[in-house]
Design a protein around this ligand. Structure first.
Ligand code: AMP
Length: 274
């Protein structure tokens, strides 16, 4: 039993860091394991494709699964504990009538707006995983920037004093953010996919001199012309994800985007003012 095993380690004074994933691991995930191992003697990685966070059933059904390859990558990276629960063990009471969490406006914008119910699902699974692992540190990728803010809010709602550690996004040499979903891109889509990175980088270069609205429109036009179907490309305050067009150099800004290439939905972001 995982909890009993982790309790035993805790009783010896060993701290734990936790990396939740949905598997089909790539070097981005492994960079989180490396970070987790640097901050605590015991790293715990979970692989669980959480059905309640998929608002699109076909996205869930097509989510890649490569557990044997994942186990090899984790063991090569020196991960200590793998938590590989079943759906029935995570949702012992079933998946209807699940609890809901007050995420306020965070749930009405960007990923919350375009994937209704997604963040409730993220909170439902994260509250269960966090209660099972009770880690000292939770290590997550800034690639899912809004998710990081949601999970921090969840931890304050459920009163977990786990420390949150956000890790930089790992990219392919051409700038495409590593993602398990990249496996679903065909050759032609894979060739144009780095346009997302270029649009974000262009925004970073222009952010202190041009209006945010103009930069956002140019980015969306450029992506749409390259065959993407853009859902949003927005420049916002990175602390609260609210618009801030003040050109005040002290405001920390992030550009967030989500766009489809064919049936594959890609998300990415970039800090603009660091
Ligand atoms: P996922 O398996 O997509 O749920 O991702 C598991 C964790 O890995 C999340 O905290 C993600 O933000 C993080 N992650 C995904 N892609 C990357 C990447 N390219 N670089 C760094 N972290 C990532």
């Amino acid at each position: 039993m995982l909890s009993a095993y982790l309790d035993k380690l805790r009783s010896k004074g060993l701290t734990t860091s936790f990396v939740p994933t949905m598997g089909a691991l790539h070097r981005g995930h492994i960079s989180l394991i490396t970070q987790a191992k640097q901050i605590a003697p015991i790293s715990v990685c979970s692989i669980f494709v959480n059905p309640t966070q998929f608002n699109d059933a076909s996205d869930y059904n097509k989510y890649p699964s490569r557990v044997a390859a994942d186990i090899k990558l984790l063991s090569d990276a020196g991960n200590d504990v793998l938590f590989l629960p079943s759906v029935a063990s995570v949702y012992q009471e079933g998946m209807s009538d699940l609890e809901s969490y007050d995420l306020g406006y965070l749930e009405t914008i960007f990923e919350g707006k375009y994937r209704p119910g997604h963040f409730q699902g993220v909170c439902q699974v994260m509250s269960r995983l966090l209660k099972a692992v009770r880690p000292d540190f939770l290590v997550m990728g800034l690639k899912d920037y809004q998710q990081c803010l949601v999970v921090k809010q969840l931890m304050s709602i459920i009163r977990m004093d786990t420390k949150f550690v956000g890790c930089a996004t790992l990219r392919e040499p051409d700038g495409l953010a590593m993602s398990s979903r990249n496996l679903r891109l065909d050759d032609q889509q894979r060739a144009v996919a780095p346009a997302i990175f270029h649009a974000l980088f262009t925004a970073k270069q222009k952010v202190l001199t041009e209006s945010h609205a103009v930069i956002e429109k140019q980015a969306m036009d450029e992506l749409n012309e390259n065959g993407f179907r853009v859902e949003y490309f927005s420049i916002v305050n990175s602390n609260n994800l609210l618009p801030d067009a003040s050109l005040d150099k002290s405001t920390p800004l992030v550009a967030l985007t989500a766009a489809y290439l064919g049936e594959v939905r890609l998300i990415d972001n970039m800090f603009l003012t660091d």
